[in-house]
Design a protein around this ligand. Structure first.
Ligand code: DQQ
Length: 575
């Protein structure tokens, strides 16, 4: 480390001692005065290459994604003044291919004392019947109350919609003693949908004591909103519901417009749980006559329910892409570094690769897959011929830039005899099971999978793998893990392992895995997108050209690697 950077670090540590106060605002930690400590030049070691990030500073939730006049718009919670949460604006970028992004000036910045002077928080876009977009968002007013506001484009003929005008009638919706809602638990309006009666509807996240609520509002004109007598849905014991998302799905990957209803359509209600920072969803029926959402029987309506992603992925939001008739999901992936470290690197937060989302053919869960456009970044294809991975084997995949890659692999289970018996208590929490049975713990079938962002001698690696157990009636139970315990020699980074059970029968079909590797990002899609796990890792050795990729099997039974294809990924222009 050079003298200047040591000095810089020293002065940072000093200033941290002096200024290092911490305060919590909504769900985010505010580091007081740390904005002043921004480095002149951000540290790029762990920046991603093909994931969305602003050029510097803090980013959290995705906001108001939409397509307008053939241009994709992406807004996000952004602190223009530094790499920690603070007074939030809506950052804004546009793209024609969801790969290359051009940054614009923030679309919404705090300005109106009665509406958003203390922050322009999360919200959504709705394309109105005249084709024009409208943004509904939460503002934090001068009394720190959360209120709901409207903004529309200043010049609708500009496909980039660079300027936005706030409604002079803001706030349109305020918490009040009639709706019995605490003014600091009332936020994140959804995209509006129009019911068969012609009225618009939105949901706002909230809670009463520990009951999470999706409060329903209706409007004829998008300006005057009236609260419905009952929430669309609520659940006891879950705490505050942030960033609700509500949309129709079908088993066809073709997406559906948010207002569509019909007999063959199911609905998804996604909730971001403030307490655990997990996004969970249920699939159910929307009774639009009664404006009630009823989760399907067997749907788990709490934190142990289905999740878009069993790693880092929060405050997500979908939109209907009318250009390509698909529903696309965005989600915020935060840092695993301690807060003072990300302030020093000059940026914080990444968005997951936009994912197409649809209903699995079983109707019981969603399936997600990176948008097809991503494949345009693939180059230097390498293939590994079909091989048997014997007990304890490790094979290197060479010929690609392993820190910036897209890898697809399929595995075939050859025999089931020596699979470990699944203990009933292990079913409770797959994440705990993954942390007990990591990549180095030998099993009967598995762990087998990939070691990514690995150093040459494998002192460091992140292992994404499967393990197959014998469940009740000898049925196979498949566990997928992202084991980060060896991801970095730096002791300070978070190394929680993540995991989930996968609804696949490996005796009938091969198990597939796709991993997007992007310097500090490991975004994994198991069983063709049935289970997704995103990890943030900060290797100290497996950086850039020094990163390696390996296929491994640490189980007793041999596993057939039927096919592996890997590509180096080109770097698009992002902001
Ligand atoms: N982030 C926003 C809130 C939202 C939270 C503030 C979720 O509107 O509830 O930046 O991460």
């Amino acid at each position: 480390m050079g003298a200047t950077s040591s000095l810089w670090l020293l002065s940072i540590s000093f200033l941290l001692l002096v200024y290092g106060g911490v305060e919590t605002q909504a769900s985010h930690i505010v580091l007081q005065n740390l904005e002043a400590l921004q480095p002149l030049f951000p540290n790029h070691t762990y920046r991603t290459s093909f994931h969305f990030q602003p050029s510097r500073n803090w980013m959290n939730d995705p906001n108001g994604p939409m397509v307008y006049k053939g241009v994709y718009h992406f807004f996000y919670q952004y602190n223009p003044k530094g790499a920690s949460f603070g007074k939030i604006s809506w950052g804004h970028s546009t793209s024609k291919d969801l790969l290359n992004w051009r940054a614009h000036i923030p679309a919404l910045s705090p300005s109106q004392p009665a509406a958003d002077i203390n922050g322009a928080w999360s919200g959504s876009a709705t394309i109105l019947p005249n084709g024009l977009p409208a943004l509904l968002y939460t503002g934090v007013d001068s009394r720190n109350r959360q209120v709901q506001n409207l903004a529309v484009p200043k010049n609708p003929s500009d496909p980039y919609l660079q300027e936005w005008v706030k409604s002079p009638r803001n706030p349109l919706i305020s918490p009040n003693h009639y709706n019995k809602i605490n003014a600091t638990s009332f936020r994140d309006p959804t995209t509006a949908w129009r019911g068969p009666d012609g009225n618009w509807r939105i949901l706002i996240g909230s809670k009463v004591e520990r009951r999470g609520l999706a409060i329903l509002y209706r409007s004829k004109d998008f300006v005057r909103w009236v609260q419905a007598k009952r929430p669309l849905h609520s659940a006891e014991g879950s705490g505050m519901w942030e960033c609700p998302d509500f949309y129709p799905v079908s088993t066809n990957p073709t997406g559906l417009d948010t207002s569509l209803v019909g007999s063959r359509i199911k609905h998804v209600l996604k909730i971001s749980l403030d307490e655990s920072k997990h996004d969970y969803y249920t699939i159910g029926t929307y009774d639009h006559a009664r404006d009630k959402y009823i989760p399907d029987k067997g749907s788990v309506d709490n934190d142990s329910g289905l999740r878009y992603d069993y790693g880092k992925f929060y405050a997500s939001k979908t939109f209907y892409d009318s250009l390509k008739r698909r529903r696309i999901l965005w989600g915020w992936i935060n840092e695993s570094l301690i807060d003072t470290e990300y302030v020093k690197q000059g940026w914080s937060g990444v968005q997951g690769i936009p994912r197409t989302v649809w209903l699995d053919k079983t109707g019981k869960q969603l399936v997600q897959w990176p948008v097809q456009e991503l494949e345009k970044l693939r180059s230097n294809k390498v293939e590994m011929p079909s091989t048997m991975l014997k007990k304890g084997s490790v094979s290197e995949v060479s010929g690609i830039s392993a820190a910036q890659a897209d890898v697809e692999v399929t595995f075939k289970i050859m025999e089931f005899g020596k699979a470990e018996k699944m203990e009933e208590r292990w079913r409770e929490d797959p994440q705990v099971l993954c942390s007990q049975k990591g990549a180095s713990v030998r099993g009967g079938i598995g762990p087998f999978g990939l070691k990514v962002l690995a150093s040459q001698n494998r002192q460091e690696y992140t292992a994404v793998f499967f393990r197959v157990f014998k469940g009740n009636n000898n049925n196979p139970v498949v566990l997928m893990c992202s084991d980060q315990t060896r991801s970095s020699l730096d002791k300070k980074t978070d190394k929680t392992s993540y995991g989930a059970f996968v609804d696949v029968n490996p005796m009938q079909e091969e198990i597939s895995l796709r991993i997007l590797i992007d310097h500090s990002m490991v975004e994994s899609f198991g069983a063709k997108g049935k289970v997704c796990i995103t990890s943030r890792v900060y290797p100290t050795k497996a950086i850039g050209g020094k990163a390696h990729l390996y296929a491994f099997n640490n189980g007793v039974h041999s596993i057939k690697l039927s096919k592996l294809t890997a590509w180096s990924m080109k770097k698009p222009t992002i902001n």
